[in-house]
Design a protein around this ligand. Structure first.
Ligand SMILES: Cc1cc2nc3c(=O)[nH]c(=O)nc-3n(C[C@H](O)[C@H](O)[C@H](O)COP(=O)(O)O)c2cc1C
Ligand code: SF4
Length: 502
């Protein structure tokens, strides 16, 4: 039995060596904790970050290039955020979330004046701010808005995505229950800019109390003339409604639109894109709740203020959810590009058992590739820095994993999440969702063969091949490959131990 396992080992070692080569050599070296903080080399030129990334990443960055006219800064230190710069002043629900309380915190302040500046001014300001979507992909909002804005049609629809099924993420939920007026005001400004007269907010079914708060806030906005056929007394027509649904996959934008139309909540192929054929064939756009909720403050305080926070192309603030093996799991709004370690230690009381006990983190929800302790030491929490180490900021749901738990059980549990989420339309995704949990289960017991590591690699390549309709297949592949890269030696060891005990 033992010889059988040992025969596989030279081959296994090849896989291990290859795996360790996978992360790019040029991981940006962020400052040591006690040294004065300087931005990573790519801080000033996002294009340089793109060039430094792995070949397949180049295209992604190129496609998602910063909008022309975006303001730049020369900052070298990031965070902690000053209280006066916090957009979500009622994140913890200590104050009144209704209209009266919201107005006291500055919401709806001179919204009519902002609307009267016109759609081009609003769009330009969002472009200059370099705002990136907070739903996961980090697409530049101004570019996305422009697709719908340039479509000449009536009945355009703006859809706000509060599906939030990503494990480790609960930021939209906090906005819904404690700052619902920010979503309504943001939707009005964004919708008006893109020429929409109708807005639908899609809320996850189980967020019952949050949906009630939003519904109440919408009713208040109608009652005080902030929405309706003469929104904010400007003659602009803007209607808003809320609809509820459930399932992780309906967070994907085409699945969400299908769900809103009463069809099965499954993604569909693009083209046609949503801005061509969306909700009941009307041109539509789907935006994350946080991406929309920050818009009114950006317009009031100006793009310059927003770009003064965080690195270039990664500007502003972000809500992070810190969960897992930390002393104080919490939700916090922080400046973008703040070092991951600082965010965890400052707000969540640090890793259980100290920083040296850290195994790694999922930096942006479970679907983002696992970052091991070495990279977690230095990495900055922003889109470009995490992308340069082959991970992603995702939704900002930081899941901390410490060394007290079995990494292979973490692997198994993470991959099992996707088993029930696939809609089985695409063969690689469906097969991956069946095979990967089985394989990872056998890894955690050691009851496997080293060749299976190579098999995981084959499966994940097929899932990334571009033949799948939505990004869920790639998320599964990310989790699988990220964990294999980190824990390949441990899998080897577990297999050997199991073999020697037989
Ligand atoms: C499987 C899957 C689940 C998703 N779930 C969500 C979600 O819960 N909330 C969300 O805002 N975006 C989710 N997205 C991303 C959306 O498709 C879409 O890109 C996003 O809402 C766009 O908003 P943004 O441009 O403001 O980031 C998901 C994507 C996939 C592939
Ligand atoms: S990738 Fe998976 S979840 Fe997405 S459409 Fe295909 S089968 Fe469904």
């Amino acid at each position: 039995m033992l010889t059988h396992f040992l025969r596989g080992l030279p081959y296994l070692r090849t896989v291990t060596r290859n795996a360790s080569k996978t992360p790019p050599k040029d991981v940006p070296k962020t400052p040591a904790r006690d040294a004065p903080k300087t931005p990573p080399k790519d801080a000033k030129t996002p294009a340089a970050a793109a060039a430094a990334a792995a070949p397949e990443k180049k295209d992604v960055v190129k496609k998602n290039a910063p909008p022309e006219g975006m303001l730049m800064n020369t900052k070298t230190e990031f965070g902690p955020l000053k209280d006066c710069d916090r957009l979500f002043q009622n994140l913890y629900g200590r104050h009144d979330w209704r209209l009266k309380g919201a107005c006291k915190r500055g919401d709806w302040y001179r919204t009519a004046d902002l609307l009267e500046m016109g759609p081009d001014w609003i769009h330009d300001e969002v472009k200059r701010s370099g705002l990136r979507g907070r739903g996961g992909a980090g697409y530049f909002s101004a570019t996305k808005w422009n697709y719908l804005k340039s479509v000449k049609a009536d009945n355009k629809v703006i859809i706000i995505n509060c599906a939030e099924g990503e494990p480790g993420t609960c930021k939209d939920r906090e906005i819904l229950r404690h700052e619902p007026h920010k979503i309504i005001e943001g939707a009005l400004l964004a919708g008006f800019t893109m020429g929409c007269e109708k807005c639908i907010v899609y809320v996850r079914n189980r967020f019952y109390n949050e949906a009630c708060n939003l519904q109440f806030a919408i009713a208040e906005a109608y009652r005080y003339g902030l929405l309706g056929c003469n929104a904010c007394d400007t003659g602009i027509k803007f209607d808003m409604m809320m609809q509820r649904g459930d399932r992780y996959l309906t967070g994907e934008e085409t699945a969400l639109v299908n769900c809103l139309m009463g069809k099965m909540g499954r993604p569909r192929r693009r083209p046609p894109y949503l801005h061509e054929k969306g909700y009941f064939d009307h041109p539509s756009v789907v935006l994350n709740a946080e991406s929309v909720a920050v818009v009114p403050t950006i317009l009031r305080r100006g793009a310059k203020w927003w770009t003064g926070l965080g690195r270039n192309s990664n500007s502003g603030t972000k809500i992070f959810n810190i969960s897992g093996h930390v002393v104080n799991p919490c939700t916090v709004e922080e400046e973008m590009s703040m070092p991951l370690r600082d965010v965890i230690e400052m707000h969540a009381g640090g890793v259980c058992g100290g920083w040296s006990n850290l195994l790694g983190v999922f930096p942006g929800g479970l679907s983002t590739p696992f970052v091991g302790q070495c990279s977690a030491d230095d990495v900055l929490l922003d889109f470009d820095c995490l992308q340069s180490i082959n991970s992603s900021l995702g939704t900002g749901g930081i899941i901390v994993v410490c060394q007290d738990c079995d990494p292979l059980l973490v692997m198994q549990r993470s991959i099992e999440f996707y088993m029930k989420q696939t809609c089985k339309q695409c063969t690689p995704c469906r097969d991956g969702a069946i095979w990967l949990p089985e394989i990872f289960k056998s890894f955690s017991k050691g009851e496997s063969h080293p060749h299976m590591i190579q098999f995981v690699d084959t499966i994940q390549q097929k899932m990334r091949g571009g033949s799948c309709i939505c990004a869920l297949a790639e998320s599964q592949a990310n989790v699988a490959v990220g964990l294999i890269q980190q824990f390949c030696p441990l899998i080897e060891q577990r297999i050997l131990e199991y073999g020697s005990n037989c």
